[in-house]
Write a protein that binds this ligand. Structure first.
Ligand code: LLP
Length: 417
């Protein structure tokens, strides 16, 4: 469900015509629907109604301050993986005791920043990281609340680049070593064991891998209890997929039911780290056609958005539907929708039947709310595009378009040149 719908063949975001925003803001731009963001968050929350839980939205999927503020105001916390994401979360007003910090490579300064800020929990991914956190805790005279991130070795059946829960991946601790590291953790004076965490991958479209992972984690928790280590927080990560094309992922209700059932009557507080399922279909990228040209048996539609704005098609061969902002029901054409960047991998769609377009036509790249803007870059010295949020019949620029001056901010030419 989302609020990008046609009225009289013109695409609206909630009650605002996309055309009107494009005229005022220019193209390209990311566009988010407040009602969709809110609806997705509340739907996810409702799916876990019967279980004590905290939804720590995964900042990496969309870290705009306005988006984070919205989820914070609905009772959400944040899943972060860097000092930068912590800064954003705090700026957005997320209470630090609702922030969990994952990631295989936390730097010492980042750990100290998080400890000083009083975050809820560090999800530790190695023994060396645990030792460093203990040292930081000693220096700051502050106990660090931790969980160990374990790798349950289940196959999430997703794209290999976004699969994390298999033994061969860099993430988490193997189930065998985790028990040993837990024992060490409980002997460290500035570390307080409070939880366990896992995350098996992203864009997962079945519930079984989540349940399998949860069952494996529960076995480990039972083993830990025999050593006198008890766990209060069970963090099962994120990863629930969305429909980009033909996928039919479980509804959050189904996911919630399966997880709650697998949890049984255990007394943990569940932590969830959804990203894509909340924001993915709540955002689009709006772009304008610059030129069209005939290729061999297909048309090249050259648009003003590129792989630096949305890298998912180039990086994962990901599918994003392309829809016209104004529908005129002319014939469709087989086209590659490409950007201005000097790379053959710079495409938004390949060999796709899209409506006939001309120079000046506006297109929306759908389902771009997750891992869209957050993965964008300045490649080819292209200023990053604005982010716009619509609420009912108003729109708000929640991040301004970068300027050329922004591109060289912080650069300097040494005096010898
Ligand atoms: N928690 C942890 C520890 C994670 O590593 C991730 C995503 C999430 C939560 C959120 O996962 P989600 O619910 O969004 O699936 N750039 C890729 C996705 C990379 C996901 C990385 N980790 C893409 O564009 O598909």
């Amino acid at each position: 469900m989302h609020h990008f719908q046609y009225r009289d063949n013109r695409m609206f975001c909630e009650d605002v015509p996309v055309l009107e925003i494009a005229e005022k803001v220019g193209t390209p731009f990311y566009l988010y629907s407040h009602a969709t963001l809110r609806h997705h968050f509340l739907t996810f929350q409702k799916a876990f109604e019967g279980v004590p839980h905290l939804i720590c939205f995964s900042a990496k999927s969309n870290s705009n301050l306005a988006v984070l503020r919205l989820f914070g105001s609905l009772g959400g916390g944040l899943d972060i993986v860097s000092g930068g994401e912590l800064f954003r979360g705090l700026q957005a007003g997320i209470p630090p005791d609702r922030i969990v910090y994952s990631g295989v490579g936390k730097r010492e300064d980042e750990i100290e920043y998080a400890l000083r800020s009083g975050i809820m929990m560090f999800n530790i991914e190695s023994l060396q990281e645990l030792e460093l956190i203990n040292q930081c805790g000693a220096r700051l005279k502050k106990e660090a609340p931790i969980a160990l991130r374990v790798n349950p070795d289940v196959d999430p059946k997703t794209h290999p680049y976004i699969s994390t829960g298999l033994k061969k991946e860099k993430f988490g601790l193997g189930m065998e070593s985790a028990a040993e590291v837990y024992k060490s953790a409980s002997s460290f004076p500035f570390v307080k064991v409070i939880g366990i965490s896992c995350h098996i991958g992203s864009q997962v479209t079945e519930v079984t891998p989540f349940v399998d992972a949860l069952n494996r984690v529960k076995e480990l928790i039972a083993a830990l209890e025999t050593f006198g280590i008890s766990i209060s927080y069970l963090d099962i990560g994120g990863g629930l997929g969305i429909t980009y094309d033909q996928e039919s992922p479980p509804h959050p209700d189904e996911y919630g039911r399966a997880i709650s059932q697998a949890l049984g009557d255990s007394a943990f507080t569940l932590i969830l780290e959804p990203g894509r399922v909340i924001v993915g279909n709540a955002g689009v990228l709006v772009t304008r056609v610059l030129y069209t040209k005939e290729g061999e048996g297909k048309v090249f539609v050259i648009v003003d958005a590129a792989m630096n704005d949305l890298i998912r098609p180039s990086l994962y061969n990901a599918f994003h539907a392309i829809e016209p902002v104004v529908r005129d029901h002319k014939e469709t054409v087989r086209a590659d929708v490409v950007g201005p960047i000097c790379e053959s991998a710079d495409f938004l769609a390949k060999d796709r039947h899209i409506p006939h377009v001309e120079a000046g036509s506006l297109l929306t790249v759908m389902s771009a709310g997750a891992y869209g803007f957050t993965m964008s870059s300045n490649y080819n010295s292209r200023p990053r595009v604005p982010e716009v949020m619509v609420k009912e019949d108003q729109f708000y620029v929640v991040r301004a378009r970068e300027s050329y001056e922004d591109l060289i901010k912080g650069e300097s030419i040494p005096p010898f040149l």
